[in-house]
Design a protein around this ligand. Structure first.
Ligand SMILES: NC(=O)c1ccc[n+]([C@@H]2O[C@H](COP(=O)([O-])OP(=O)(O)OC[C@H]3O[C@@H](n4cnc5c(N)ncnc54)[C@H](O)[C@@H]3O)[C@@H](O)[C@H]2O)c1
Length: 385
């Protein structure tokens, strides 16, 4: 990947998709980093959102486009920041790469591993940077936990337990399709896909790539298209992470242990972060108990993610989560669905000929599912429908 000379000034950015995450996080984040980024355009086919995006970005009317195609036809763009729902990303990301632009993509990179693999390969071939928004890695309490683990205080991590059973079920932008997260064909999965942040967080805490996945998933609402509960085990060599994930009101928090000690991240009243504020990071190590002070700030963490991407482009290095990592984490997430559907442990990477690799959750119906499979019984992801 070629580095871009710093003397060229800030990277000129076009944001595609002016939904909640674009307006709450990406646009203000770019504006907070004037040395790295200059917002030059936005695109969204939904007029109301396009106008909100234009105003938030402080742009004139001719810089607000009705389509990604129109935005890509500009001659003043270095970076395309793709903030659409995930099922729309393949075409936009591949077109942006083909036009020679660097690309930042929201998570998950795609709904289908085959598409994510195509994007990662295209970026390498074109020599442009493709980064995926794995912003939870920049949460200050996560960074502090990773530093403690990295210091060896706990010994090698053996078990990580990540409780996210109180995830808020937030709707998408009202002017677009507020319920797209509950439609398997658009979201590519339910709460685990929406919160796949916790899959890459689990891997980061284990410090090794996820190799095997086993899971139980279910929907507590009859007729639901996607899961609202996922209990997943991710194995990496001899370490294991348990990710307990659900839309609802269940417990939250993270615990990590090794042979010499443990740490616990707690959010307010034992509920699920970042939907409630951070409360404490406590370490029980060889020296006894200590509380580690952490000042958390969602916006600063997001700005740090954007800054990492911008510097990666300028320096010609990979960002924290390049396309291949986006693909790997998507596969780990889909492996949980396949495991739950089959009642078996699923090994990574997925075989490129596997229907789930080729079609995401749409491929589950092609697997030999036992009668008792909750995915089949509850007709999740269109299976048995
Ligand atoms: N990293 C994070 O912490 C985080 C937080 C929220 C959402 N997200 C991700 O961001 C993405 C968007 O989520 P959201 O909550 O902003 O959704 P949203 O429903 O609020 O907004 C989606 C936007 O995309 C626009 N859109 C639809 N089709 C388009 C197209 N072809 N071209 C351009 N724009 C198009 C819609 O008009 C709408 O404005 C999702 O992939 C989601 O997983 C990430």
């Amino acid at each position: 990947m070629a580095a871009r000379p710093r003397s060229d000034g800030p990277l000129r950015v076009g944001v595609v998709g002016c939904g909640n995450v674009a307006l709450n996080d990406h646009v203000p984040g770019h504006l907070a980093l004037p040395d790295l980024f200059r917002l030059v355009a936005v695109a969204d086919p939904t007029p109301e959102r396009r106008e909100l995006g234009r105003l938030r970005a402080g742009l004139g009317e001719r810089d607000a486009h009705a389509s990604a195609e129109e935005l890509l036809a500009r001659d003043d763009l270095d970076v395309v920041d793709v903030c659409t729902p995930q099922h729309l990303r393949r075409e936009i990301v591949l077109a942006a790469i083909a036009s020679g632009r660097h690309v930042l993509s929201e998570k998950p990179l795609a709904t289908v591993p085959r598409d994510a693999a195509a994007m990662a390969a295209a970026a390498r071939e074109a020599g442009v940077t493709l980064g995926v928004v794995h912003n939870y890695l920049f949460f200050q309490e996560v960074e502090a936990a990773l530093r403690i683990i990295g210091s060896g205080e706990l010994g090698p991590v053996e078990v990580a337990i990540l409780n996210y059973l109180g995830v808020l079920d937030l709707p998408g932008a009202a002017a677009y399709r507020p319920a797209w997260r509950h439609d398997a064909t658009q979201a590519g999965g339910g709460v685990l896909t929406d919160m796949l942040h916790i899959v890459y967080l689990a891997e980061a805490l284990l410090g090794r790539p996820i190799e095997r996945v086993s899971a139980w998933v279910d929907a507590r609402t009859d007729g639901a298209s996607v899961e609202d509960l996922a209990i997943v085990r991710f194995e990496a060599e001899r370490a294991v992470a348990l990710v307990n994930m659900g839309w609802g009101v269940g417990p939250g928090g993270i615990e990590v242990s090794g042979p010499r000690g443990r740490l616990a991240i707690r959010y307010r009243d034992g509920a699920t972060g970042p939907f409630v504020p951070f409360e404490s990071l406590v370490v029980h190590g060889p020296g006894g108990r200590r509380e580690v002070p952490v000042a958390t700030d969602w916006d600063a963490a997001f700005v740090a993610l954007l800054a990492d991407f911008g510097r990666a482009v300028l320096d010609g290095r990979d960002p924290i989560a390049p396309g291949e990592q986006g693909l790997h984490i998507l596969e780990a997430t889909l492996a949980a669905y396949a495991s739950a559907a089959l009642g078996q442990t699923v090994t990574l990477p997925l075989d490129p000929a596997d229907p789930v690799h080729e079609r995401g959750v749409g491929g589950l119906r092609e697997l030999a599912l036992p009668d008792w499979s909750p995915v089949r019984r509850h007709r999740l992801f269109g299976v048995g429908g």
